[in-house]
Structures are given as C-alpha cells and as structure tokens.
Design a protein around this ligand. Structure first.
Ligand code: HSE
Length: 426
C-alpha cells in the first residue's frame, strides 16, 4: 500500500483529534482511502499537545515546513500571520497543504492558490467550512456541471447552538455560549462566532467556489446574533419562522453578493429545522434545483474527519485546478436583491401611534404583510409603551436600513429598532 508522510502543526483540540483518529484506527483510512498516513513530525508553539503520542513536539513550526521528508503539512494553528508564513514556506518547499483555517483562505486564498499552482502542489481546505460535512467537495466536484444561482447556509455551529438553546430551552445567551465553548465548538475568541465573522469567512470561501469570484472577504457584509432576543425568537415562532444565522450568496449578471446575517427562515424550509451545532448548506443550481448538505460543522472530531479526507484525496492525486481565473464574476457590497423584513419596534401606547408607523410604510410604498401588537409581550413595567412587530414586503438592504432610520425619526417610537431579513428560497 502506498503511504504519505505528513507533518502536523497545531495539536490543540482539532490536531489532537487528527492524531487520535490516525493512531486509533489507521485501518479505516487504509481500507477506505488506499493509503497509509504516516505522521512524521508534530509542531506546537507551546510544545504541548492535547493528546499523547510517540513523536517529540517541536516548538519551531517552520522546522516542519522545512523538513524535506514531510510531503503534506497540516496547518491547524489558526490565525493569519504565522499560519501564512508556514503555509507559504511549505509550498515553496514543494509540500501540499491541508488546512482548517478559514480566516487564512478567506483573506489570502488567491495568493496562496496562485503560489500552490506555481509549485505544482495542492491546498486542501475542506475543514475550513462546515467541519465534517463535505460541502467544499460537493461544490467543487459534485456540482461541477451546474451554474449556481444561490447558496444559503448555517455555517457556524456555535451560533446555531446558542439560537437553538434560546429557542428550545429558553436558555440565556450567556449560558448557551458557555455550553458551546465547553463542547469545543467555539473559536478561541468566541467573538468571531457571535459577531458573524466566522460564518462570513466561510461564506466568502464558498462564494469563490460557487461563483468563481476572487477571495475578497472585505466585500462580504455581515452581522452577528448579539441582537437576537428571546422575544424575537418567540415572535418569529408565532409567525411561522425560526431565527437562524444564514450565510447567503447569490449572483445577478456578473455581480455576486455574499452576506451573513441573523435571518428568519420559514418553518417549511429545511434550513429552519437545522438545530444545535449542526451545519447545513442549500445550493440552488440552474436545472438541478436545490441540493442540501447537512451535518456536524464544528468540534474536533468532525473537523479532523475533513482534514483526513483531504490528505487521502491529495495522496490520490488531489483535485483539478478548480478556479477559473478568467471568470468575470465579481463580488459587490451592495445587493439589489429584495428580502421581506422583520421589524421589531417599541412604540408609545397612545392613539395614532400605529397609524403614524403604517403611514410611513405606505408613503414609501412598502407593504405590511403582518403586524403584531401583543400586550401580553409588553416589556415595559409602566405600560406606556408596547412592542410591535411588522413583517414587510421585499426591501433591499439599503432600503431596509433607510426605513429603520426613518422609523427612528417618529417620536412615538422608543428604544432601538431591530430589522432582520426573511429568507426567501426562490
Ligand atoms: N467555531 C466554529 C463554529 C467551528 O462554531 O462553527 C470552526 O469553524
């Protein structure tokens, strides 16, 4: 049987799971993948590993990148500075790369793929999006015959876990986040999960595959789940929706729009049923229609599964160059696509207040599809104000922000106004 020699850099939770998988059950990969994976060197900046194994740990990661015996360098240290140096050095030394680092691919993907092409090596990054669910493989290989119209995904396990816990168990945001961290789902700094950065980086990577755009993370617009409250979740449920953090990419002519925002998903759509730390990606293609990929997207073992799959693919010759550098498709920050919207306002409990709000919608020719003014959900002790939820007709992001600003100028509206997209799988 052929064998491949790898060096693993970063042996925290994910690196530890890769080493455990390879040492506990090598026969699975040998039987399924036809290759024996030999870990010949391990690097960890702090010289410590989450699991014990026979090899010494080097603290100088570039030692691994410069080791002439290493054929594939597995980059699991995260971040962009040292990781980029490590990956570039390895590529220049003729090594293939397998990485779980979405920040690195989303930010520096194009230059790294170009360098890899020059040196005739491969970069595997299946683990960077949706962990153990092979969505990169699906987009790059399984759907190669199709023009992608749009994709919509739940790509952050931590935020999906938090929203599910808030919805199903009425957990507080803080206790749900703590649980997600204890399960090893969250990033070292969970801000990246909560504020939407992690999902946006993943969406940027998917966009490059789905639409052949350059990697340009700066053009992805995104927001996090900090603003989603129990009250929003409950209103959404009453109206037949679940609130999910949705990464969305679409193309119109040659313009591609990529975003990641808390979004109301109608309960009759598959994405609304994706709970806890699970990820899912729906890809809609011309002719084919929608296909949906579902599975664990975070945590050491799922991520290790994707890392090992990439090593096996590389040992079997890797992937054809998937990027069409001649593509004219470009990312654009401003989407002209309209989405129905959820507005949550707190207004004075007095005659004519609602009339002013509805007049504003009418003056802008925006239809109100649903309106709830429910006293039992009033959160003001003095009952001088009541919460109001409005579902509007379709608005572009720009118009929705404009509408929010105009609502703020109505004296009878107090506190902050929330506005979320409603997913429309057309
Ligand atoms: N922290 C990420 C998540 C996992 O919660 O989905 C790694 O991408």
């Amino acid at each position: 049987m052929k064998s491949i020699k790898v060096g693993v850099c970063g042996v925290g939770n994910v690196g530890g799971a890769v080493l455990e998988n390879l040492s506990n059950s090598p026969e699975i990969v040998e039987n399924n993948g036809g290759v024996k994976i030999d870990v010949i060197q391990v690097g960890a900046r702090k010289g410590k590993s989450a699991v014990s194994f026979d090899l010494n740990v080097t603290t100088d990661l570039l030692d691994v990148a410069n080791n002439p015996e290493v054929e594939v360098l597995i980059e699991l240290i995260g971040g962009c500075d040292l990781a980029k140096d490590l990956v570039e050095t390895s590529i220049r030394n003729g090594k293939h790369i397998v990485t779980a680092n979405k920040a690195l691919i989303a930010t520096h993907g194009d230059e790294l793929f170009e360098l890899a092409k020059e040196h005739n090596v491969q970069i595997g990054f299946e683990a960077s999006v949706a962990g153990g669910t092979p969505v990169i493989k699906a987009l790059r290989e399984g759907l190669v015959a199709n023009k992608v119209n749009w994709f919509a995904g739940i790509l952050n396990g931590t935020t999906n876990f938090i929203l599910s816990k808030m919805s199903d168990d009425q957990s507080s945001f803080e206790s749900a986040l703590k649980e997600a961290q204890d399960l090893g789902l969250a990033e070292a700094d969970p801000t990246m999960d909560v504020d939407g950065t992690d999902a946006a980086q993943k969406a940027s990577i998917l966009s490059a595959l789905a639409f052949n755009t350059p990697h340009n993370f700066e053009l992805v617009s995104y927001g996090g789940i900090e603003s989603v409250s129990q009250e929003d979740i409950s209103y959404a449920a009453d109206l037949g929706y679940s609130i999910k953090h949705i990464a969305y990419g679409s193309i119109e002519a040659n313009e591609v729009f990529v975003s990641a925002y808390p979004t109301l998903v109608p309960n009759d759509q598959l994405l609304s049923q994706v709970g806890m730390q699970m990820n899912a990606l729906e890809v809609n293609c011309d002719g084919l229609g929608s296909t949906v990929y579902y599975g664990p997207g975070a945590g050491p073992k799922p991520t290790a599964s994707a890392v090992i799959a990439d090593i096996v693919d590389i040992s079997n010759g890797g992937w054809p160059v998937s990027k069409n550098f001649a593509s004219k498709n470009l990312l654009s920050k401003e989407s002209q696509q309209g989405f129905s919207r959820y507005f949550n306002l707190t207004i004075k409990n007095e005659a004519g207040a609602i009339a002013k709000v509805s007049s504003l919608f009418a003056s802008k020719n925006i239809s109100i599809e649903a309106l709830i003014q429910n006293e039992s959900k009033a959160n003001q002790a003095d009952h001088t104000h009541v919460p109001v939820v409005i579902i509007s007709g379709p608005l572009t992001d720009e118009k929705a922000f404009e509408m929010t600003k105009d609502l703020h100028s109505i004296d009878e509206i107090a506190q902050s106004i929330k506005q979320f997209r409603i997913h429309n799988a057309l």
